[in-house]
Ligand binder design. Structure first.
Ligand code: EPU
Length: 420
């Protein structure tokens, strides 16, 4: 296993190019299962989760070719309708093959994902919605087994909780259902609108993606299409925080500022100087930022996927702040590691009360999930001395060459094999 070693207190400056959105690429790749024809995708991020999805699709019978950020996927026939536990347990997003498989082939066996470091993360809403569309669902030997006699039926689906992959799974399945499906209280994340754009190019009839009511009129078949994945708004946010936390001057290029409004508002409130253009954001922070309170919410609220990174920033901001996590019940594991670096943070239920300290001190710390890893790297960039972040495989699941990109901005960061 590898660690990331950072010598902190380097002011970052320069420009960094943002890659494609992981959470858009994954459902779009899963959705290639919905029809024949070649699908050519560009701006696909080169991260482990994308490789895992490519392996899963290949296992199911897809032909997957890739060259850097370009993927070509065709699924003329499947050789299996089974997503095995070995793949699902390394990546929960594997459950997104469930909707497409049952819609096109009438059967899917997908391992139940099980526990996760950030919360329980059940998929009950995905399953209940597929049942309403006529699928018969059973849980056997740790697998979800979904069967449909003929085509799925369009249905009215109301999600009690806003669910991103749930909305995507059902939107994808509904493309091939007989009749109209209406998803109410649909999640509104930009990635969902991106998936819909791709499906529409393939011949799907979808209206309202990106709003909380999505209407899908089922069609008999989808064709191949080309698509460019939208930029990653969480990668964007992570580099903005890197600029702010090192009192630097960083320009984030090839991003979509309109997808990061919640974060930009908070950075501005904290005193960062932001210059926003159509596809770039420049952040400058010459002095210590002010503390701000925030609450994570489904889009367009403040993203839970940026909570840990902003907590690192608040750990050295001026004054107290309160961060409330409302999306996942246990997404505070990074707090214990930040405390090892000298942060003053108290947890009370789903609230974290942070009293900013003058400086953090470098320490060996352990990453527990993808965004917690980013938080610890950011803390290390600001901290005095050396920080060693262990278990960086979490980071590689969702950040494209984070160490190389940070080094390009002047960070002193390197990878090393973990000491025994
Ligand atoms: N939920 C249920 N039942 C369900 C589905 C969800 O109770 O059937 C609950 C969850 O337990 C959670 C809330 O609903 O409390 C929201 O979860 P959601 O389903 O929206 O999360 P997800 O679809 O599993 C995606 C992203 C996550 C991101 C969340 C929230 C992908 C592949 N993953 O997960 O990304 O945190 O939405 O925005 O799109 C990450 O990239 O680091 C990451 C974890």
């Amino acid at each position: 296993m590898e660690s990331m070693v950072i010598q902190g207190e380097q002011r970052l400056s320069g420009s960094v190019r943002i890659g494609g959105a992981k959470n858009s690429a994954l459902p779009i790749m899963a959705s290639t299962l919905l029809g024949k024809g070649s699908c050519r995708l560009t701006n696909v991020p080169q991260v482990m989760d994308v490789s895992t999805m490519a392996r899963l699709l290949t296992h199911l019978g897809a032909t997957v070719e890739s060259d850097e950020d370009r993927f070509s996927i065709s699924v003329n026939e499947i050789s299996s309708c089974r997503a095995p536990y070995e793949l699902v347990k390394t990546m929960r997003a594997s459950v997104m093959v469930l909707g497409p498989l049952v819609a096109r082939y009438g059967e899917a066996v997908v391992a139940l994902p099980g526990g996760c470091a950030i919360g329980a993360r059940p998929i009950n809403l995905h399953l209940a919605a597929l049942e309403r569309m006529g699928a018969e669902i059973t849980i056997e030997h740790g697998n979800v087994h979904a069967r449909a006699k003929g085509r799925l039926r369009g249905a009215r689906i109301y999600f009690d909780v806003s669910t991103v992959t749930g909305t995507e799974n059902i939107m994808m399945a509904a493309c091939l259902a007989e009749g109209t499906t209406v998803i109410e209280n649909a999640a509104r994340e930009p990635e969902i609108a991106d998936v819909a754009q791709f499906l529409i190019k393939r011949g799907a009839r979808i209206a309202g993606a990106g709003t909380d009511v999505i209407t899908i009129e089922g069609v008999a078949a989808l064709r191949g299409a080309d698509h460019q994945i939208i930029p990653d708004r969480i990668e964007t946010g992570t580099y903005l925080v890197a600029g702010a936390i090192t009192k630097g001057d960083v320009t984030v290029a090839h991003c979509r500022p309109e997808h990061s409004e919640g974060l930009l508002a908070k950075l501005s409130e904290a005193g960062a100087d932001l210059a926003i253009e159509k596809e770039t954001i420049r952040i400058r922070a010459t002095q210590r930022l002010r503390s701000v309170d925030l609450k994570t919410l489904p889009y367009p609220g403040f993203p839970t996927d940026m909570q840990a990174q902003v907590m690192a920033l608040m750990a050295i901001a001026h004054g107290p702040s309160m961060i409330t996590e409302t999306v996942f019940e246990s997404r505070f594991i990074h707090v214990l590691e930040l405390q090892r670096m000298g942060a003053d943070i108290r947890i009370d239920g789903n609230h974290a009360v942070i009293t900013g300290v003058e400086r953090l001190s470098g320490a060996p710390v352990m990453a527990s999930d993808l965004r917690a890893s980013a938080c610890l790297i950011l803390a290390g960039l600001a901290a005095e001395g050396e920080t060693r972040v262990a278990r960086v495989y979490h980071l590689d699941r969702g950040y494209e060459r984070l160490d190389t990109k940070l080094a390009g901005l002047g960070a002193r960061i390197s990878r090393t094999k973990e000491r025994p």
